[in-house]
Design a protein around this ligand. Structure first.
Ligand SMILES: [Zn+2]
Length: 234
C-alpha cells in the first residue's frame, strides 16, 4: 500500500469514526430529550393528581377515595388519543389532557373511575361496540350527574333514558337514526386490550371493583340514594 493510499484509508477511517460519534451523539440527544419529556410528564401528572385529590377532598370525598385506586399513567398519543382504564391505571394522552379545562379533565377522570364502579371493565358480546360504549357512557354520566358533578357541555346523555340500565339503553339506541354522530370521550375499558398490548381483560379486577361499589353503597351518607342503589345492585 502506498503512503497516499494508507493516508486516504486513515482519513476515511476517521470520517467513519466522526460519523459514528455524531450518530451516537444524536441518539444520546434523542435519549436525553425523551428523558426530559418523560420527567416533565411525570411531574405534571403528579401535580394534576395532587390538585384533583385536594379538589375531591373538599367537594366529594368519595371521589377522593375512589381516585386513590387508579394510578394516573401518561401514554403515547400513538397508543391512546384520549383516555381509558384497566381498573388499576388511568391511561391518558398528555397532549389531549392538556387541551381540557380543569373541570373537563376532572370529569373525564371521574367518568373513567365510574366505568370501573359500574362494572364496565369487561363487556358482553354485542353486535355494535360503539352503541355499547354510548350506552355505558350514558349510564356513567347519569351517575356522575346524580353525584352532583358539573357536566361539561359535550357530555353524552340521553335524557329520556335516565334511570335505565346500559343494556336497556343499548336496545333503545337501535332506534337511533345515526349513532356515529354521538361522540364518546374515552376508550371503553373493555376495548383497551385492543390499544395497549400489555393490558388484558381481568375478571378479578371487575370483582374487586364490585366489592368497592358494595362498600361505598353501605356507607349511605356518602352517596345519593339513586347512586347507592345502583352500587348495591352491582
Ligand atoms: Zn366512557
Amino acid at each position: 500500500m502506498s503512503q497516499a493510499e494508507s493516508l486516504q484509508g486513515a482519513s476515511s477511517g476517521v470520517e467513519a469514526l466522526i460519523e459514528r460519534l455524531r450518530g451516537e451523539g444524536v441518539e444520546q440527544g434523542r435519549e436525553e430529550a425523551r428523558r426530559i419529556v418523560g420527567d416533565a410528564e411525570r411531574r405534571a401528572t403528579w401535580m394534576i393528581e395532587q390538585a384533583d385529590r385536594a379538589y375531591w377532598a373538599e367537594t366529594l370525598p368519595v371521589m377522593e377515595m375512589l381516585s386513590e385506586f387508579l394510578t394516573l399513567t401518561p401514554v403515547l398519543r400513538q397508543q391512546i388519543v384520549t383516555a381509558s382504564t384497566d381498573g388499576r391505571h388511568l391511561y391518558f394522552c398528555p397532549h389531549y389532557s392538556a387541551t381540557l379545562s380543569d373541570e373537563s379533565r376532572r370529569f373525564l377522570h371521574a367518568h373513567l373511575i365510574w366505568h370501573c364502579v359500574a362494572g364496565h371493565l369487561t363487556a358482553p358480546l354485542v353486535a355494535n361496540r360503539h352503541r355499547w360504549h354510548l350506552a355505558c357512557d350514558h349510564e356513567v354520566n347519569v351517575l356522575l350527574m346524580a353525584l352532583g358533578l358539573i357536566l361539561p357541555s359535550n357530555t353524552l346523555l340521553f335524557p329520556v333514558c335516565v334511570g335505565r340500565s346500559a343494556i336497556d339503553v343499548y336496545r333503545w339506541l337501535a332506534g337511533h337514526p345515526d349513532t356515529s354522530l354521538e361522540i364518546t370521550a374515552d376508550i371503553h375499558p373493555a376495548a383497551l386490550w385492543d390499544y395497549l398490548p400489555n393490558t388484558n381483560p381481568d375478571q378479578r379486577m371487575t370483582a374487586l371493583w364490585r366489592r368497592r361499589a358494595h362498600l361505598i353503597a353501605r356507607d349511605s351518607d356518602v352517596l345519593p340514594e339513586r347512586v347507592a342503589k345502583f352500587c348495591e345492585a352491582r
